[in-house]
Design a protein around this ligand. Structure first.
Ligand code: NCD
Length: 316
């Protein structure tokens, strides 16, 4: 599969650092793996001799399962680690924890960590490819790769000039930054939409449009990526701090069928999950034919297979 091409990077630390050719190669490879996943035998021997460690220092359901399935479908050996119940609680440093795992002859590391930049730091200390499965509020590159892969399948391969809006809690979301970078690399027009308090000020400088009007954004967009309010990142005790109440947030920024009816063209609706039904998106919209939320999940496995496969090719 795509033997003649390799990624320009040894680790996937973020979308920053990937070239257009890298993204195209990952997507082309994911397309081939998606075909494999639809066959009766869903497994290929590509990573048969490799061991991958999934290190989750922060909670996860779908990303963790998706990586594990991707690894198993590539025939890798898999070890899983989660910070809860580990020696991390006894004061061990990140580098020591990871070096101990690597001493057991692990070939690749997939890591989620609450600290932005943890992967960059680790990459300077260890010698195996690292895949960033989310670093705090910073980046979540495989989510952006699967989101843009899903968009290309939905809107057509060429995203040049397509209008894509990311709606909700941009400030605390790692999905937002990775999506902005990936969409811009693919030539899309990117807009973020949400309350002033949930949109970082520097976004203008990145060439991203900013809107506080969801109805106008619906009329502008070809696709909407609806993000969850990241209450767990907004301060102590999961309290609402950046807007008056969840009810008011939903009145202004919740996506409902009534709101969608204003669009004069079919709109693609995305969500990285987990969904808060009735907050950022109504159940009717989440379950409607506009939504590609479960396709995103399906594509996630193929895209992660592609990333792991290509990084394994580039080991040297
Ligand atoms: C996202 C995450 O963890 O950043 N979820 C995911 O990976 N599917 C988004 C979120 O938590 O809202």
């Amino acid at each position: 599969m795509s033997e003649n091409h390799t990624l320009s990077t040894r680790s996937l630390l973020g979308i920053r650092g990937l070239t257009r050719a890298d993204i195209d190669l990952i997507h082309a490879t994911a397309k081939e793996f998606k075909d494999v996943l639809n066959r009766p035998i869903k497994k290929v021997p590509s990573l048969r001799d490799l061991t991958v460690a999934n290190l989750f220092f922060e909670n996860s359901t779908r990303t963790r399962l998706s990586f594990e399935l991707a690894e198993k479908r590539l025939s890798a050996d898999v070890v899983n680690f989660s910070a809860a119940g580990s020696s991390v609680k006894k004061g061990e440093t990140l580098v020591d924890t990871v070096n101990n795992i690597l001493a057991m002859k692990v070939d690749m590391v997939v890591m989620r960590h609450p600290h932005p930049g943890a992967h960059q730091f680790l990459a300077s200390k260890i010698d195996v490819p690292i895949v960033n499965a989310g670093d705090g509020t910073h980046e979540h590159p495989t989510q952006a790769l699967l989101d843009t892969f899903s968009l290309r399948q939905s809107l057509g391969d060429d995203l040049t000039g397509k209008n894509i809006a990311i709606v909700g809690d941009i400030q605390h979301s790692r999905v937002a930054l990775s999506n902005i970078l990936a969409l811009q690399t693919l030539g899309a027009n990117v807009r973020v939409c949400g309350p002033h308090t949930l949109i970082p000020r520097h976004l203008h400088e990145m060439g991203v449009e900013v809107s506080h009007d969801l109805d106008e954004t619906i009329r502008w967009a070809d696709a909407l990526n609806m993000l969850r309010i990241q209450l767990e990142r907004q301060g102590p005790a999961d309290a609402v701090r950046f807007f008056p109440s969840l009810r008011e947030y939903t009145m202004n920024y919740g996506l409902t069928l009534d709101r969608l009816a204003q669009a004069d063209k079919p709109l693609t609706i995305m969500h990285p999950g987990p969904i808060n039904r009735g907050v950022e998106i109504s159940s009717e919209v989440a379950d409607s034919e506009h939504a590609i939320i479960l396709e995103q999940v399906e594509n996630g496995v193929a895209v992660r297979m592609a990333v792991l496969y290509l990084l394994a090719q580039g080991r040297g």
